[in-house]
Design a protein around this ligand. Sequence first.
Ligand SMILES: [Zn+2]
Ligand SMILES: [Zn+2]
Length: 255
Amino acid sequence: MLLTVLGCSGSIPGPGAAASGYLLEADGFTLALEFGNGVLSRFQEERPLFSMDALVLSHLHPDHCVDVSSLYVARKYHPSPPTGALPVYAPAEAPSRFVAAYAPNEAERASLDFSDVFSFHGLGAPVEIGPFTVDSAVVAHPCEAYGFRISCGDVTLAYTGDSGPCAALDSLAAGVDVLLSEASWTHAPDRQPDLHLSGREAGELAARAGAGRLLITHVPPWTSREDVLEEARSAFDGPCELVVQGGRYEVGEQS
Ligand SMILES: [Zn+2]
Ligand SMILES: [Zn+2]
């Protein structure tokens, strides 16, 4: 399983840095995970425009999904559009959310549900997507939001999405080869609960779960990446690094 980082800027895109977007590839299948600000642009730098086979979204904050409305335009109006609807696994409000972002007025929204381009599926139960088994669980964030445990053969990656510490993250991450964890701020007692992980909390999660490797993502442009990494490393003594835009990470093989 190959993980490619399309974007990893937390909460907003940064200068030359897309928000959350990842590719997971195995057996010739391309699963896109998250599609935030700037990710459609980055996807085309990495792969042909219509080459993704399915899309999974953790939640519907803009930094994780807003480029889906532009993907609709591409798949609908490109002179050589792809055939068939793209499977999109997302929270229940995804269709209305993307239509609202696309259509400025009620009259246009009334005639759209994006089902001509996307086939929407909910989250919360294990599902087979190409060669991947994707398990999801509700995590601690202010909207319907999921973390994931994604397996292919005998390798497994967990992804936190956006979440504060919670039992669901511990179960999703238990014993994984790679934990792709958000860490949006440094540790402090006055952080808003049930919103994000600190660097220290990401490290503690990896340690409790016995993860083989910790990859830190979703650090906002206003937060020190070095401080977040130092915190994570202080709590987890396994391999730990900050992902970078364009980075490629083999899951299940230490390199
Ligand atoms: Zn976010
Ligand atoms: Zn969020």
